[in-house]
Design a protein around this ligand. Sequence first.
Ligand code: FPP
Length: 233
Amino acid sequence: MKEIPNHIAIIMDGNGRWAKQRKKMRTTGHRQGVEALRAVLTKADELGINHLTVYAFSTENWARPKAEIKALMLLLLEYIKNESKALHKKNVRITTIGDLGSFDEKIQLEIAKAKELTKDNTGLNFNIALNYGGRDEIRRAVEKIVEQERKGNREGISVTEEEIERYLDTRDMPDPDLLIRTSGEMRLSNYLLWQMAYTELVFTETLWPDFTGEDLEKAIETYQNRDRRFGKI
Ligand code: FPP
C-alpha cells in the first residue's frame, strides 16, 4: 500500500471566481467554499489523514473590502458554532494557527470553546489558519525568543532550527507532506513558509467550491507518485 500523507495543507482558492462565473456575490462563493471544506474534511477523516491545515484567512486578507471581511467573519463564526459539536462526535481535534488577537472577542470565544471541547480527541487534527501569515509567524517566534533572552531564560546568540520550531504556531505538528492549491494559481501566498521546505506541491485548476473528496483522493495519488528525496539522492 502506498503511503498516505500524514499532514495535508490546503489553499482554498477560487471562491470569488466561482461566484463571478455564476453572477453571484463573492460571499456566495465563500459559502459554497464551506460546503467543499465539509466534504474534504469528511474524506480526509475517512482516509485516515492525521493533520489537515486549511488557509481560511491570511494576514493579507484584511486588505479586502470591509463588507467581504465582515461576511467571512460571520461565516467563520457560524461554522465554528454549528460544526464543532459534530466534529467533536467524529473525534476531530480543532486547532488554529495565526494571531487570533485581531479577531472580534465573540469569534475568539467561540474558537476557544471549540478547541477546549475537542482538545482530547485523538482523530483528525483539523487546523484552521486564521489571520495567518508565514512571515508573521516567524516574526512572532523571533520575538518570543528575544523575550526569553530578556527574561534571562536563555543564553547566547546561537539559535537552532529546533528552537525556532518550538515557538512557531505549528509547534506540535509535523510539517505538511502535501500542499494542495486550487484555482490554477501557483504560488504559496505566505502560507506555512517555514514548514513547507520539503512539501510536495499539487496545483489544480478546479475552483475551491467545486473541489470534492474525489479530487482530494486524486491529489493524494499525484503525491504518491512523487519521489521525495529531502535533498538527498
Ligand atoms: C480564497 O478565494 C478564499 C479565501 C480568502 C477564504 C477561504 C474561506 C473559506 C473557504 C470559507 C471560510 C472558512 C471557514 C473555515 C469557515 P478568493 O476569495 O481569493 O477567490 P478568488 O481568487 O477567485 O477571488
